[in-house]
Design a protein around this ligand. Structure first.
Ligand code: ADP
Ligand code: MG
Length: 322
């Protein structure tokens, strides 16, 4: 059994220094994909910040069009995970030098995605420094329909959108000196993740808890488990693994699909009664939604084979400070 350990690096650091207890003004503070602030009546303003650091989140030679797309996409993904509709964003940018053609390409990728979701750039900051892009997004969602990490209940089905592991596969290939071609589907997933904004909106009033998969299924599911005070059982055979991983040995496939980051799919829980509705949502969006397990009362994550036997997998999601 993979015991969820709330003391793991990144999250422990945030809790130690930046979590100052229950939010006073916000409806939801540190610890979810977005904070929720009262925005008049029952409407909440959803806010989230995600930073992309050169050499850490992307390779220094990354295509600027893709980088512009990704900087906004990973933030829109947090709005999606909350069921929030994108409104606006700000951009903090540190640049080693002014390279106008590079910046034009960055903007091309960023604004194409911004326009697709009618999300407006409303401010930011620009300075000289090591390449770093920091986006803050704002969205709105009715307070009662926000998809929070703390809302999962024992008995809920666990669902995931799309297929997992492709982006992590592209990273591992690049790190082993056998980088994939730019147009390989797995490389495309890494460079141009698609935030599941439409899915997040469709899940309002349908799903209970949700999170976006930025750090790997096991680690991100652990955040729902921690916040909701529940455990989970996953059936490995049901986990939708990206086709690019088909030829890999089982261990490596499990590692990439369960603990690889950067998928930006949505992981969510929903009551049994929502199964038919969710099949309809999947058809309408043309996006696979797969039931991969169940929320249980016993803490911890168990990954089972088809016969219900626990698999000896002990990986975890990506953690910058592990
Ligand atoms: P996500 O992967 O959804 O972007 P993170 O794992 O980065 O979320 O962050 C977890 C939680 O901690 C979020 O609620 C985030 O807003 C909060 N957080 C992260 N860093 C800080 C910080 N420096 N100060 C305050 N809150 C932070
Ligand atoms: Mg998130």
């Amino acid at each position: 059994m993979y015991r969820v350990n709330a003391a793991r690096g990144e999250f422990a650091l945030i809790n130690r220094h930046f979590n100052r207890g229950p939010a006073r003004r916000a409806w939801l503070g540190v610890g979810d994909d977005c904070a929720l602030l009262p925005a008049g009546g029952d409407e909440a303003l959803a806010v989230s910040t995600d930073m992309l650091v050169a050499g850490r989140h992307f390779f220094e030679d990354a295509d600027p069009v893709a980088l512009g797309h990704k900087a906004l996409a990973v933030n829109l993904s947090d709005l999606a995970a909350m069921g929030a509709r994108p409104l606006a964003f700000t951009l903090g940018l540190a640049l080693p030098e002014v390279d106008d053609p590079w910046l034009a390409s960055l903007c091309q990728g960023m604004f194409a995605l911004a326009d697709r979701y009618d999300c407006e750039l409303v401010g930011g900051d620009t300075t000289r420094g090591p390449l770093n892009l920091c986006v803050t997004v704002f969205g709105n969602v009715p307070r009662a329909q926000a998809l929070r990490r703390d809302a999962a209940r024992a008995g809920d089905d666990i669902w995931v959108s799309g297929a997992l592991g492709a982006a992590a596969f592209a990273v591992s290939r690049r790190q082993s000196g056998a980088a994939l071609a730019d147009d390989h589907p797995a490389q495309d997933r890494l460079d141009r993740p698609q935030p599941r904004v439409e899915l997040g909106l469709a899940l309002r009033g349908v799903a209970r808890a949700a999170i976006d998969l930025s750090d790997g299924l096991a680690g991100d599911l652990a955040h729902i488990m921690d916040r909701s005070g529940v455990g989970a059982r996953l059936r490995w055979s049901e986990v939708p693994v990206a086709a690019a991983l088909n030829e890999l040995p089982l261990r490596e496939r499990m590692q990439l699909a369960l603990a690889g980051g950067d998928d930006y799919e949505l992981l969510f829980t929903a009551a049994f009664e929502q199964r038919a509705k969710l099949q309809t949502v999947a058809q309408e969006l043309g996006l696979a939604l797969t039931r991969i397990g169940q929320i249980v009362t016993v803490p911890g994550l168990v990954i089972e084979d088809d016969g219900g036997v626990a698999l000896p997998w002990s990986g975890h999601g990506f953690d910058h400070f592990a």
